[in-house]
Design a binder for this molecule. Structure first.
Ligand code: MRU
Length: 347
């Protein structure tokens, strides 16, 4: 089993503090939904599916952290909490998917006692977590066919257990391939500016005895061109109906290099990361974070302190550079407008 990112324990949300990895493994306990929202915003927990799980559990926490006189009072509060969660981060659609799922459950429970609704919301958070782990395992099983014995896989950011309830999406493919007895090696992009690759992916793969070399982002094109990469696998924060893929900043450059060198570029995506309401990736909201995170690495300045900087946190890779999208319900190949929606509707 992979590292545990989040769980519901004794009426509270417990999360691994990803800001302190890889140097310290510290689990924090959250008893107030506002602190869960803040943890999502500050990226204590991050990665699209993990953000969705944290939001669902945060809503359950807020719904049970005080007393309510009636279903109506509780429902009103849940909607306030949902709004707070929705404001945390804009790109990962799993956040909004989880909020909508909780709201639908709440509506279906109208007329039930406050205690029943509270219990059901807590159960929903736990169910989303359990389902996510099973979904990732299935992504791994569908994706392992693309990995051959001896392959080197390049990945970007962290689409691992730390970004999900467990197993990861891109890393599930690696885990299943390794379970099948295939020898694999991973090149992990460091993923500036937040260093999810260096801090999280390398740490996670080392925990699981998956062979990995850390590379800086600007080495990816070189190793791909040298023929040292057999395939790329990344995750996604939101994939549009036409197969355009939003993922961590820098993914687009990896996809371009892969395309130019005939290296397959796969996206591992739970169907909860596919947003069929958006026709193309142009409509995906791209988070811009603080310039401080570019000018500094962990509060250590690396540029003039008063430098001006931009910080786009995600980019969109056009569908034409994506070899296939691996979901828990099967693999979508181009043309995505015809192949992706049926897989999503199976869920
Ligand atoms: O800013 P982050 O760390 O939340 O971004 C995470 C990513 O871009 C991941 O690749 C994506 O969420 C897929 S995780 C299975």
């Amino acid at each position: 089993m992979s590292v545990q990112t989040i769980e519901w324990r004794d009426g509270a949300v417990v999360m691994l503090d990803q800001l302190r990895l890889p140097h310290e493994v510290v689990y924090q306990t959250y008893r107030d939904y506002r602190d869960v929202a803040d943890a999502i915003r500050r990226m204590v927990i991050r990665g699209a599916p993990a953000i969705g799980i944290a939001a669902a559990m945060g809503i359950a926490l807020g719904a049970s952290q005080k007393e309510f006189g009636s279903y109506a009072d509780l429902a009103k509060e849940v909607h306030v909490i949902c709004e707070a969660m929705a404001k945390t981060r804009p790109t990962a659609v799993n956040l909004f998917w989880a909020i909508d799922r909780v709201k639908a459950l709440l509506a279906s429970l109208e007329g039930e006692s406050v205690v029943t609704v509270q219990e059901r919301l807590i159960q929903e958070g736990k169910t989303i977590l359990e389902e996510d782990i099973a979904i990732n395992r299935r992504i791994g099983e569908h994706g392992a066919q693309f990995v051959k014995d001896g392959d080197t896989i390049l990945t970007h950011c962290n689409a691992g257990a730390l970004a999900t309830g467990g197993w990861g999406t891109a890393t599930a493919v690696m885990r299943v391939a390794q379970e099948q007895g295939k020898k694999i090696h991973v090149l992990a992009d460091e993923t500036r500016p937040y260093l999810q690759g260096a801090r999280l992916t390398v740490w996670e793969l080392m925990q699981d005895n998956i062979s990995v070399d850390l590379i800086t982002d600007n080495m990816a094109g070189h190793f791909i061109k040298q023929g040292e990469v057999d395939l790329c696998i990344v995750g996604t924060d939101r994939t549009a109906a036409n197969g355009d893929v939003a993922n961590k900043i820098g993914t687009y450059m990896v996809a371009l290099a892969a395309h130019a060198n005939d290296v397959p570029f796969y996206v591992a995506a739970p169907t909860s990361s596919v947003d069929l309401s958006l026709a193309s990736g142009d409509q995906i909201p791209i988070e811009e974070r603080s310039a401080h995170e570019v000018i500094h690495i962990r509060d250590q300045g690396i540029a003039p302190a008063n430098a001006s900087a931009r910080h786009a946190a995600f980019d969109v890779t056009p569908a034409r550079y994506v070899t296939a999208i691996i979901t828990e319900n099967g693999v979508a190949s181009p043309p995505y407008p015809f192949t992706l929606a049926p897989l999503v509707r199976k869920s």
